[in-house]
Each structure stands twice: as C-alpha cells, then as structure tokens.
Write a protein that binds this ligand. Structure first.
Ligand code: NAP
Length: 238
C-alpha cells in the first residue's frame, strides 16, 4: 500500500516523532495535516514541511476541538496520535491534578481522535496510537505515564476489533532523541541520552525518522492490526 495521494493526520505533529512522521508521509506523496498546542512551534513545523502541510492549533485533550478538526475534513486515510509528553510522578507525590494530563493526552486524546476520525477514514485506512516501551518495562518515577502506555496498548487492541476494518495499532518506542528531553534533563540532556544509548545493543538511542518509518509501516501494511510495535534498539533485551 502506498501513501501517495492519501491524507494523513498527525496529532502532535509539530516536533520530534510526529514531525518526522509528517515529513516521511509527505515524502511518499501524502497530504499532511499536523496539530499541536503551540502556534509558533506549529508554524515552524509547517515551514519545515515546505509550507505544504495544513497546521491547526489543537490540544489533543480537547474533545470539542478534536471533533471540529475531523468534522472539517471530507475524508482521510491515516491518523497518528503522538501528542503527549513524559509526566514524571515521583512515586505519586505531586498533586494529583498535575498527573492527570498523562492520561488526558495519551488515553482520552486517543479516544477522542478515534471516535471522530473513524467515520471519515477511507477503506484501507488506519489509526496509530503512541505508546512506549514503558508499557512493558516501567520507567522509574513515571508510573502514571507507564499506565497510560499500557492503557492505550489495550485500547488499540480493543478498537482493532470494534472499528474493523479500520486497522488500529500502537507504536512503542524506546529512547528517541527529540526535544521531549530538553526540559526534563536540561543541560545534562546529551550526556544522559548518550549514557542511555550506550547500554543498548545498537549502542545509541533512536532517531525520530526511525520511529517515523515504523509508523509508516503500520499505516501501509494492510494485514497489520491490533499490534503494539516495539522499536527500541533492543532496549527490552538488556
Ligand atoms: N522521545 C522518546 O524517547 C519517546 C519514547 C516513547 C514515547 N514517546 C512519546 O512520543 C510522543 C512524542 O514525543 P516526542 O519525543 O516526539 O516529543 P516532542 O518532540 O516534544 O513532540 C511532542 C509533540 O506533541 C505535541 N503535544 C504535546 N502535548 C500535546 C497535546 N496535549 N495536544 C496536542 N499536541 C501535543 C507537541 O506540541 P505542543 O507542545 O506545541 O503541543 C509536539 O508537537 C509523546 O507522546 C511521548 O511521550 C517518546
């Protein structure tokens, strides 16, 4: 299956894995629509996409906005919901309200997108949710984020049945070098990521384009549904 002349929506497409996926889909001839919360970041991404993508400000946790986004599209082929961030919870110490976004973005955001996109998806189309290897190996200090990954994995398997023949999968990256870590690790970012990469069988952490190619596989292979695809440089083995 080719992405040529398809319409691909990437929720959280203004940076990192989402932007790389938008670029890869566009390179294969897809019309791309990206979203994100920050208008400036979104415009920078739109320019990076050669000005050819449609870009809309949208919080993935906003049900009304998500409904309006998909209502405004005549038809589409593939949706990738990668919007999210790493919510650290320090053994549940922070105020509960600060932990809720982990679920709001990844789980409820996935639900809103699937609910309003599904009626617009053409035959052969797909939905891909963002998960992470944390779902299989918990990330210390991020049990809520870990739970959100497990929830979205199970949700995808359920929807693969309920929304069939639309195909529904998750991607489970290990460490990937994206702006996600800028705020989390600060000045020590590069050092920490290099150390994490050195422990992996491949000797380095992943690049956004490597995850993007795996997402495109999930979009294009018409026999793949209900899976949770690990792309982690062998991280689960060590
Ligand atoms: N990098 C990794 O190692 C790794 C590993 C496993 C899983 N993941 C997951 O992969 C996803 C993408 O991460 P990334 O590494 O590509 O990070 P990134 O470079 O920070 O990109 C995150 C993207 O999501 C958008 N976003 C965040 N929250 C959003 C929301 N509530 N509504 C709409 N858009 C939102 C961001 O734009 P705005 O901030 O402007 O909204 C941005 O476009 C995240 O869900 C992350 O948890 C990452």
């Amino acid at each position: 299956m080719s992405l040529n002349n398809t319409t691909v929506v990437v929720l959280g497409g203004s940076s990192g894995i989402g932007l790389a996926t938008a670029q890869a889909a566009q390179a294969e001839g897809a019309r791309v629509i990206i979203t994100g919360r920050d208008a400036g970041r979104l415009e920078t991404a739109r320019v990076a996409l050669g000005g050819h993508a449609d870009a809309k400000v949208l919080d993935a946790a906003d049900e009304t906005g998500t409904r309006e986004l998909f209502a405004g599209l005549p038809a589409l082929d593939h949706v990738f919901i990668t919007a999210g961030t790493l919510v650290l919870d320090a053994k549940l110490a922070p105020d509960t309200s600060t932990l809720a976004p982990a679920m709001d973005m990844r789980v409820w955001g996935a639900l809103y997108a699937a609910k309003y996109a599904a009626p617009k998806i053409r035959p052969g189309g797909s939905i891909t949710f963002m998960s992470g290897t944390a779902s299989r190996r918990p990330l210390p200090g991020a049990s809520v984020a870990t739970a959100s990954c497990g929830a979205v994995d199970a949700f995808a398997r359920g929807l693969a049945l309920d929304l069939a023949p639309i195909r529904v999968n998750t991607i489970q990256p290990g460490y990937v070098d994206t702006p996600l870590f800028d705020g989390i690790f600060g000045a020590q970012r590069d050092e920490i990521l290099a150390a994490a990469g050195a422990k992996l069988p491949v000797g380095r952490i992943g690049r956004p384009d490597e995850i993007a190619q795996a997402v495109l596989f999930l979009m294009k292979n018409g026999y793949v549904t209900g899976i949770n695809l690990v792309v982690d440089g062998g991280g689960l083995l060590v």
